[in-house]
Structures are given as structure tokens and as C-alpha cells.
Design a protein around this ligand. Structure first.
Ligand SMILES: Cc1ncc(COP(=O)(O)O)c(C=O)c1O
Length: 417
């Protein structure tokens, strides 16, 4: 038999067509850079883990190994432990979903792996998925790897525009396209920080239902609304048409890689089997540690501490922007989550500004990371894991770079980028 390598020396010729769509995200690039000493990173969407009860968690971890080690270090069920699935239902009740059945919860390696599974079980190459513009880079990466046609949808300060969604769906129907789902982050979108208004939530549900497409609702920041009164997720209004994704990454610890999907009953089995094919089972020890955290600690009090902390940091960032930013730069004013989204005039490409930012000692994520378009005049700043002092200093360092970019003539910017 002839070796597949006979006519081509490079092993890369063995990659699938799909693999060409798998790229390193700009967020990961920036993540590496952010580690350099002296730089202020406003890039990473990291929770502020310093406020967790680390010593007590160490005791819980030791107790789990000492008392239940053989279970904790063993394979477990593919859907996740029943104890944690029941606790996840309590967490979702705090988010406003009161009818979740642990039977329909599938524990995943973070919300990220649930997104991959969703793309895998619903999308054939060429199928359409609608997303917010801008949207979470990890979702774009997962969808693009399955050769999905991702269509960004316009929004404003109140989130996705229902009218634009309706029109887009009608056009796609006329064009004979198969739309599988709307991927949406209704609460404190990453990267824009925008929250979908109460009034639009039902409209979006109704439109998707009428068009027979699923809603993939990603809600890792839902509990982190600064005033402590989260808006009920879309799933709270619609148990049939919404596949809901939750995560412990932003309210507890991303390193444990524990998230979940609450799947409509008729879709659950296939979703669960696809998830099992990827991870076999979610990590047993990590699930037990999350269970201990929910059972033995006042996790809601910790969520309250996080809210207060993030509210304060967000306020500091907004004040610093007000003080330092030049005319021509606008930004969102989030009421929860981790991010502020800055927008410069259209002629500016924010990507080349990253280099200038690094030279000035500040890092951000250029907007193109969160878009299907190659260029963006926006950028994302994260306030979640940065001290107030560094937020002020980071914004102060960034301001002259943006001021220069705003005043450059469009042709100069194009030449530079
Ligand atoms: C909207 C959104 N979804 C999912 C994730 C990833 O979550 P997880 O750590 O649960 O995989 C993030 C992380 O930044 C996010 O912002």
C-alpha cells in the first residue's frame, strides 16, 4: 500500500479540511504577552481568585482525597455526579431557572466544551449559526472548526435587535439556508458587557420558536449583575427551545473546568453521548470539590462579594475612561460581568495598537478577535482581576495611543495597519 506521505513530505497534508479553520485565538496570544512583568493586563477575562477561601478549600480537597479518594480519583459517569447535577439546579434557581431537572443536566469541561458539543451535534458544514456582533471568541472558534457559516447580528446598548433577527432569518429562509441556532450571551456579553433588555427577551424567544431554531444561551456571568437582581435567563421562559450553558468559571474557579448544559429533554441523550465521546466523564475530583464548595460554604455570599468587587472596579474603569479618553472614543457602561468595550472611529484598526500598548506597558484585546470580520475599530478591556490602582494606570497608559489613532487620517491608519 502506498503511504499517504509518499507524494508529500509534510505531515500537515494529513490534516482534515476542518483543521484549516482551527486558529489560535488572539486572546490566547495576548494571554501569553500579559504574563510579562511590568505590563498591566486589561486583557484576560479572569475572575479575582484571591477573594476565595483558599485555605478552607485546601482542607476540603485534602478531606476528599483522604476520605473518598478511591471514588475521587476514579472514572465517573459521563453525565457527571448526581450530587453536583442537583446542586447545579440550585445554582440555576438562583439565576431564575426554577424548573430544571438534574436528569437533563450534562456536566462538561467548562461552557467551552459544551459549545463544542453543541456545534458537533447540531451543525453540518455550511449550516448557519447566528451570533451577536461582537461575540465570545471561544464560541467563534468552536463553530468555525465545524465549518459553520457564522452570521453576526446587529445590536445596541440593549442587546440584540429583534427586528434585525427577524429580517435576517427571513432572508436566510428565502436563500434556502439551514439555520440551526442563535448563540447568545444575554447577560454581560463577552466582550461588549451589554445586557439584553427585559423587553427584548420574550421577543427573541418568540422569533426563534416561530422560525424553528434553537437558542444556545451562554450565561457564565448571569449572577454577577452588580445590583444583585439578575434578569431571568431566556431558559427561564422557555424550557423547550433553549439549550442553556452555565459555568463555575466566573463564580468559582475556571481551573477546575466545570460547566454544564441544561438540555431540552428530547435532545439530552444525544448531547450527553457526544459529550461523553470527548471527555469520557467530567473530572471526578473537581466535581467533588465543587460539590463541597456548594455544600459547605456560603457560595452565594462569595457571589455577593464578587459582585461588589467587580462593581467597584467597573466604576473605577469608567471614571478613568471619562478622565483620560480623547473625543471620538466611546464605551459601554456595563451593569455586570467583567468587560468594557471601547469603540474608536471606523477608520481605526485596533490590532496594530496592541503593539503600541505593549510598548507603553498595557495590554488589551483587539476587537477583531470577537468578530467574523478581519478588522475592528473596537477593543475589550477587562476590569475583573485588576486592582483599582492598575486599572487607573492602565487606562492612563492607553489613552495617548488611542488619541493618536483617532487623530490620524484614515489613509495613514491603513498604511500603518
Ligand atoms: C461568554 C463565555 N462563554 C464561555 C466562556 C468559557 O467558560 P468556561 O471556562 O466555562 O469554559 C467564557 C470565558 O471567558 C465566556 O466569556
Amino acid at each position: 500500500m502506498t503511504s499517504p506521505l509518499a507524494n508529500d513530505a509534510s505531515l500537515t497534508s494529513l490534516f482534515s479540511a476542518r483543521a484549516a479553520n482551527i486558529k489560535q485565538s488572539a486572546v490566547r496570544d495576548v494571554f501569553e504577552i500579559s504574563m510579562q512583568p511590568g505590563l498591566i493586563s486589561l486583557a484576560g477575562g479572569n475572575p479575582y481568585l484571591q477573594s476565595l477561601p483558599l485555605e478552607k478549600l485546601a482542607e476540603s480537597a485534602a478531606r476528599i482525597i483522604a476520605e473518598q479518594g478511591l471514588e475521587a480519583l476514579q472514572y465517573g459517569g459521563g453525565q457527571g455526579t448526581l450530587e453536583l447535577r442537583e446542586q447545579i439546579c440550585q445554582v440555576m434557581a438562583a439565576e431564575g431557572i426554577t424548573d430544571a431537572d438534574p436528569e437533563n443536566v450534562v456536566i462538561t469541561a467548562g461552557s467551552q466544551s459544551a459549545q463544542d458539543v453543541a456545534a458537533k451535534v447540531f451543525c453540518d458544514p455550511g449550516d448557519v449559526v447566528l451570533v451577536e456582533d461582537p461575540t465570545y471568541v471561544g464560541a467563534l472558534n468552536a463553530l468555525e472548526a465545524y465549518q459553520v457559516e457564522v452570521i453576526p447580528m446587529a445590536g445596541d446598548g440593549e442587546g440584540l435587535l429583534p427586528e434585525a433577527l427577524r429580517e435576517q432569518l427571513a432572508q436566510l429562509r428565502t436563500a434556502g439556508k439551514k439555520v440551526k441556532f442563535l448563540y447568545t450571551i444575554p447577560n454581560f456579553n463577552n466582550p461588549s458587557g451589554v445586557m439584553l433588555s427585559e423587553q427584548r427577551r420574550q421577543q427573541i424567544i418568540d422569533i426563534c420558536k416561530k422560525e424553528h431554531i434553537l437558542i444556545l444561551e451562554d450565561n457564565p456571568y448571569g449572577l454577577l449583575k452588580f445590583d444583585g437582581a439578575p434578569l431571568p435567563p431566556l431558559r427561564a421562559r422557555d424550557a423547550e427551545n433553549v439549550l442553556y450553558l452555565g459555568s463555575f468559571s466566573k463564580i468559582f474557579a475556571p481551573g477546575l473546568r466545570i460547566g454544564w448544559a441544561l438540555v431540552p429533554a428530547e435532545l439530552k441523550q444525544r448531547f450527553y453521548l457526544a459529550s461523553e465521546a470527548v471527555t469520557l466523564c467530567p473530572p471526578t475530583f473537581n466535581q467533588m470539590l465543587v460539590s463541597a464548595y456548594i455544600r459547605d460554604y456560603d457560595w452565594l455570599a462569595q457571589v455577593r462579594r464578587y459582585r461588589e468587587l467587580y462593581a467597584e472596579r467597573c466604576e473605577t474603569m469608567l471614571e478613568a475612561l471619562e478622565e483620560h479618553m480623547p473625543a471620538g472614543v466611546t464605551w459601554t457602561r456595563p451593569v455586570g460581568g467583567f468587560f468594557v468595550w471601547l469603540t474608536l472611529p471606523d477608520h481605526v484598526d485596533s490590532y496594530p495598537l496592541l503593539r503600541e500598548g505593549i510598548d507603553a506597558g498595557v495590554v488589551f484585546v483587539p476587537g477583531a478577535a470577537f468578530s467574523t470580520k478581519p478588522k475592528s475599530s473596537s477593543l475589550r478591556l477587562a476590569f475583573s482581576a485588576v486592582s483599582s490602582e492598575n486599572i487607573r494606570e492602565g487606562v492612563r497608559r492607553l489613552a495617548p495611543i488611542l488619541a493618536k489613532a483617532v487623530t490620524k487620517q484614515p489613509s495613514e491608519t491603513t498604511a500603518a495597519g
